[in-house]
Design a protein around this ligand. Structure first.
Ligand code: 13P
Ligand code: SF4
Length: 310
């Protein structure tokens, strides 16, 4: 790639020439967020993917997100800048193991977090994201037993909030499990006025000291309406870019990980770069393709989610 290329200008040119839309998750690097047409959480991104009239969806996020876009918009070309951008949480539930687990509990309804493979989605009754999970669970009759997969932290948080006794799959996100309660507490002592805001994929002990818990969009919106001047942000660091942009006078401190060598950047999300974004638009690859039978099976529970959260 020619280092003299103005990648921002080139990406804008390619968007117009190819009628392409760039959808980016808040955990993407700042340059990618700045060039995106839409930045959002998993729910917002899937709603955009379902309604866009672009010919090409360039998904700056991880594989399960781009796959969800393809499931919803099969006639469109869906590109992912780096096909290796996976997700530790999605990987924690291999479809075949999940199918066997589900078969052991035939009376249970399966609610799966969108951070899972198409194979697991196809085995689910309803999909949810961190912003609509409570609403989705509340939409199910109280006496209906529920399996919640794959995130045990989000599942336990929802069980506490809704009072439902859900059967949880034992998966977790490698980024949200890295935070240290002890280090956040020490940071809070040094910044007594700072609010602690956390993503529900964090462990229960961390969530217990949070002033606000929500999806990435929820966390960002909270900082816009709340009047604190300082926040300790307990999620992936990418979200700080929009927080700082939209709240110029406020201070955002990334919550520290549990050891100095660890890092709260998602290694999967950060595989995408502005260069790879440009190259995938120029050459229209890597492209997400999928088996049509699997796509149709995975689409049903996503559509149920979109209907309930409309
Ligand atoms: P949301 O943006 O939907 O809160 O999801 C967070 C996440 O971990 C995505 O991988
Ligand atoms: Fe997966 Fe966690 Fe990375 Fe989100 S932050 S893509 S849940 S590993």
């Amino acid at each position: 790639i020619d280092v003299r290329l103005d990648l921002f200008a080139e990406i804008e040119r390619l968007k117009k020439e190819k009628n392409a839309i760039v959808l980016a998750h808040y955990y993407q690097e700042p340059d990618i967020q700045d060039v995106a047409d839409y930045i959002g959480d998993s729910l917002g991104l899937s709603q955009q993917a379902a309604k866009t009239d672009a010919d090409i969806i360039v998904f700056a996020g991880v594989h399960f997100m781009a796959e969800t876009a393809k499931i919803l918009s099969p006639q469109k070309k869906v590109l992912l800048p780096d096909l290796k951008a996976g997700c530790s949480l999605a990987d924690s539930a291999p479809p075949e193991l999940f199918r066997r687990f589900k078969e052991k509990h035939p009376d249970h309804l399966v609610i799966s977090y969108i951070n899972c493979s198409a194979g697991v989605k196809a085995l689910s009754d309803i999909i949810c994201t961190s912003s609509n999970a409570e609403k989705i669970i509340e939409s199910v009759p109280k006496d209906q037993p529920i399996i919640f997969a794959p995130d045990r932290n989000l599942g336990a948080y929802l069980a506490r909030k809704t009072g439902r006794d859900m059967l949880l799959w034992n998966g977790a996100c490698m980024v949200h499990e890295i935070f240290s309660l002890e280090k956040i507490t020490k940071l809070k002592i040094r910044h007594p006025k700072a609010k602690v805001i956390a993503h529900p994929e964090c462990e229960a002990a961390v969530l217990a000291i949070a002033d606000y818990i929500g999806s990435t969009t929820g966390l960002l919106k909270y900082t816009l309406k709340d009047d604190a001047q300082e926040y300790i942000v307990v999620t992936e660091t990418g979200i700080l870019h929009q927080m700082q942009k939209e709240n110029p006078g406020k201070t955002f401190i990334p919550a520290p990980p549990n050891n100095a060598c660890a890092c709260n950047d998602c290694p999967h999300m950060k595989l995408n770069t502005l260069e790879k974004l440009y190259l995938c638009m120029e050459y229209e690859e890597p492209e997400i393709t999928m088996n049509e039978t699997l796509r149709i099976a995975a689409k049903k529970p996503i559509e149920r989610m979109l209907e309930i959260s409309a």
